[in-house]
Design a protein around this ligand. Structure first.
Ligand SMILES: [Zn+2]
Length: 552
């Protein structure tokens, strides 16, 4: 009788995991009769996968893979549904978002009156004088056609200080009591890198604060979250992300509370999304001192790069641009950090062999960040540092060439055209052909890895797919058609490129033997779907590490 090893070797046509001891491995699970889009160039399509120890053991035709089954192997008929690798969100804020969902008023509502009602309701349940906080407010998504004002918020809650963050996270809206608590009056000067908006005529505070003006509020906002809150927030958001097919996310602003929240959720067995956790520059020193660096951790929670911020945001129209915003000839956005400060911090990380990710939306900010990266590589060349440009929204040809030369990784917003279309007017039709520039990056050979930036952007991968392929917004307006990519390319950037962006391309991003068994079962095949309805493809199931994390 031939040995099991010899039998397995004979299979030939089926791709097997190279590192596993073949005669001892029994697949725990086989998914067969599926339409598998592997994102593996050597084996682009398959019908079945065998899974052992949380990893793909074999990928191939039904008969070959089914032949690996033993009496203990569970077999599931996928009934011709489509399987793709688990989606990787290369830039989002899961722990922070989870905590917000747990504790704050969700202001993703369609009128100021609705937002006021939600704040009022929360205020009645909150002792007077305590803060009422809200999140996901979006000034362009309400029917009123104007932003929230200090008067709106005072009318909703007079006895409570109110702080409502914009969906984009770079501006906030506060009431009179909140200003009072922060010691900000009509005469307070703007802080460096920030702005207290004032009425043009009366010079009185409007309620809106921008960029680093929030730091003064951070000092008075209560920090009353418990360790359990962070953990529960992570559990909540991981579940939400898993439902739409996300199996890995890069947290772009990790602080120690978030990191511990991820670890606590993992230890409870409730972390169903793998986390690559960037560490914010303000918390990096203790990690450097302890000798921790990028890559430290396990396949569930891993330390990412160091995070820095260069400019403002796209959705709130504060990105630092070379050409002004449409209709505001003197507004070029906001530079948040000087080049010298950026360089000093980046150098610290570079010398300690950390990956670096700098938030840079506008072309002026991107130019500055590239100058810093180029200087670092000149002064201390490092092999494969995988510098990241977080968002990297507004580009031109020369910026793309410099990104290519550095082998840097941009992480643009993939769903913004579709979801935030109404904001694009302030950038203008022409400039949109140089924004969220997936086509330009791919053509130049840049391994672009898009992110949602949730909460600022929605995290549904199917929405990102439709947005990247059609460049059409919810109302049917086309923005920047030159940047369209194909469905297959859109799948690849949201899976394999995301893995590359975290140095994990050997472990995830495609369905191939030896990689972690992270996959998504879709209700319809995106390659055969009308591009205008990709967003409607249902996610049937999500698997992480060989276990179903979500089943519809
Ligand atoms: Zn972000």
């Amino acid at each position: 009788m031939q040995s099991r090893r010899a039998f397995l070797r004979q299979l030939g046509a089926v791709a097997l995991a190279p590192s596993l001891p073949l005669d001892r491995v029994e697949p725990e699970l086989i998914l067969y009769n599926a339409n598998i889009i592997t994102i593996d160039d050597r084996n682009p399509r398959a019908e079945a996968v065998a899974i052992a120890n949380g990893r793909f053991f074999a990928v191939g035709k039904n008969d070959k893979v089914l032949a690996l089954a033993t009496g203990r192997t569970k077999k599931i008929d996928i009934a011709r549904q489509t399987i793709v690798p688990g989606f990787i969100d290369a830039h989002s804020h899961p722990a922070e978002a989870g905590l917000m969902h747990l504790k704050q008023v969700d202001c993703d509502l369609r009128s100021i009156a609705d937002i006021q009602a939600a704040i009022r309701e929360r205020a009645t349940k909150t002792p007077a004088d305590e803060w009422v906080r809200g999140f996901k407010y979006d000034d362009t998504k309400t029917r009123d056609g104007r932003p929230l004002t200090i008067a709106d918020l005072d009318a909703a809650a007079r006895e409570h200080p109110v702080y409502i963050s914009h969906r984009g996270g770079h501006t906030a809206y506060v009431n009179s009591l909140a200003y009072q608590r922060a010691g900000v009056t009509d005469d307070t000067p703007d802080p460096p890198g920030g702005r207290f908006d004032r009425d043009r005529q009366t010079r009185k505070l409007t309620g809106r604060i921008a960029e680093r003006a929030s730091e003064i509020f951070d000092k008075v906002l209560p920090q009353t979250n418990s360790r359990a809150d962070y953990r529960d927030g992570v559990k909540l958001i991981a579940k939400m992300m898993s439902r739409v097919g996300i199996t890995s996310a890069h947290d772009a602003w990790g602080v120690h509370d978030f990191l511990r929240g991820y670890e606590d959720a993992r230890d409870d067995g409730a972390l169903v999304v793998r986390i690559y956790c960037f560490i914010h520059v303000s918390e990096i020193d203790r990690m450097l001192a302890a000798g921790v660096r990028t890559g430290f951790g396990d396949e569930w929670v891993r330390i990412g790069g160091m995070k820095l911020v260069a400019d403002g945001s796209i959705s709130e129209r504060t990105a630092w641009l070379s050409q002004p915003y449409v209709g505001r000839p003197n507004d070029f956005g906001i530079q948040v950090t000087s080049e010298e400060e950026l360089y000093a911090n980046a150098r610290k990380a570079h010398e300690a062999d950390w990956q670096i990710g700098v938030h840079a939306n506008g072309d002026r900010a991107i130019d500055m960040v590239l100058r810093v990266y180029e200087r670092l590589q000149r002064e201390r060349p490092r092999h494969d540092p995988r510098f990241r440009l977080e968002h990297c929204t507004v580009i031109d040809d020369s910026l793309v060439q410099r990104i290519r030369a550095l082998d840097a990784i941009p992480t643009p917003f993939a769903a913004y055209v579709y979801y935030h279309g109404e904001k694009m007017r302030e950038y203008g039709e022409e400039r949109l052909n140089q924004m969220f520039a997936l086509r330009s990056f791919l053509d130049a050979g840049v391994r672009v890895a898009p992110g949602s930036d949730y909460p600022p952007g929605p995290f549904e991968p199917m929405m990102a797919l439709q947005s990247s392929v059609t460049r059409t917004d919810i109302n049917g307006h086309v923005w920047g058609p030159k940047q369209r990519i194909t469905v297959e390319e859109a799948l690849r950037v949201q899976t394999l490129h995301g893995a590359y962006a975290s140095f994990e391309e050997r472990d995830k991003g495609s369905i191939e033997p030896g990689k972690l068994a992270d996959l998504v079962v879709l209700g319809r095949d995106p390659l055969r779907e009308d591009p205008g309805s990709l967003v409607k493809i249902p996610v049937e199931r999500t698997m992480v590490g060989g276990r179903w994390a979500f089943e519809s």
